[in-house]
Design a protein around this ligand. Structure first.
Ligand SMILES: NC(=O)c1ccc[n+]([C@@H]2O[C@H](COP(=O)([O-])OP(=O)(O)OC[C@H]3O[C@@H](n4cnc5c(N)ncnc54)[C@H](OP(=O)(O)O)[C@@H]3O)[C@@H](O)[C@H]2O)c1
Length: 242
């Protein structure tokens, strides 16, 4: 039996991933987001606003005595406000950092606290982005937090080696460009706030976007391959290289 704690299961990639995993009756999913959109005998939802660090810290990781593998998939994310520094809303700025970086750090801390001495295989996957390794003017909140998530992944990987945590893996994964509410938001941004907007409109028009469902299938294939050696992988490149 495998247990997956996944943030952001009410939309886009997180929802498609939960649905794909639930096709296998050995998999149990605990979804974490403000809204609940899924109903399945193996699905439990925790309604949490992940910009609230107190609520995030209270997310309980259960004992799951029969689990062979326990996963934490930090998927919930936001672009935050698209625009240039000097013109940004402070509260939106802080919330984007909390959702994209503070919440994953809290959940990783509490996941390891709960499971570090357990025999079950322990896997943390942090959904990152190509924007974690390239600057996109107008996406400061997004690029900085995703770069931070990559570094957090590397630090936790090294800490686990120092602490000799058995059967543990952690990896940051850039999933590709996925058609979701996030992409709709990008395409509807005025050019004054995001100079590259036309490129994203063109990608949609030329059919270059992945659907959440095909991305979820790719991700589950990756999970089944247990190829967690590299701290950061680009899912499309990884699959193309096979
Ligand atoms: N779409 C892309 O092209 C793309 C590309 C690269 C990487 N990614 C990454 O893939 C992940 C999923 O993206 P997506 O496109 O599927 O996004 P999405 O459709 O916008 O979904 C975002 C999810 O995050 C949850 N969320 C947002 N604010 C939250 C909050 N305050 N508390 C708890 N949950 C919250 C939402 O749930 P509620 O609103 O119900 O809370 C929703 O389930 C993100 O980490 C994103 O950075 C996406």
């Amino acid at each position: 039996m495998n247990v997956f704690y996944i943030t952001g299961t009410s939309s886009g990639l997180g929802m498609a991933l939960a649905e794909e995993l639930l096709k296998n009756e050995d998999n149990h999913v605990v979804g974490i987001s403000r809204n609940c959109e899924l109903s399945h005998p193996n699905y439990v939802h925790k309604q949490v606003d992940l910009t609230d660090e107190v609520s995030t810290g209270k997310v309980r990781f259960g004992d799951h005595f029969k689990a062979d593998k326990v996963f934490l998939i930090n998927n919930a994310g936001t672009l935050g406000e698209i625009g240039y520094h000097g013109e940004l809303d402070v509260s939106e700025l802080a919330d984007a950092y909390k959702l994209n970086l503070v919440a994953p750090a809290i959940l990783i801390n509490n996941f390891l606290n709960a499971y570090k001495d357990k025999e079950a295989e322990k896997i943390i996957l942090n959904i990152s982005s190509g924007a974690s390794v390239a600057p996109y003017p107008g996406w400061g909140m997004y690029c900085a937090t995703k770069a931070g998530l990559n570094m957090l992944t590397e630090v936790v990987k090294e800490e686990a080696e120092i602490n000799d945590i058995k059967a543990f893996s952690i990896q940051a994964i850039a999933p590709g460009i996925v058609e979701s509410p996030m992409q709709e938001k990008i395409r509807s941004t005025p050019k004054e706030k995001f100079d590259m907007v036309e490129r994203f409109i063109e990608m949609k028009e030329t059919g270059l976007l992945q659907t959440p469902e095909e991305t979820a299938k790719m991700l589950v294939g990756h999970i089944n391959s247990s190829n967690y050696n590299d701290p950061f992988v680009d899912l499309r490149e990884l699959i193309a290289s096979k």
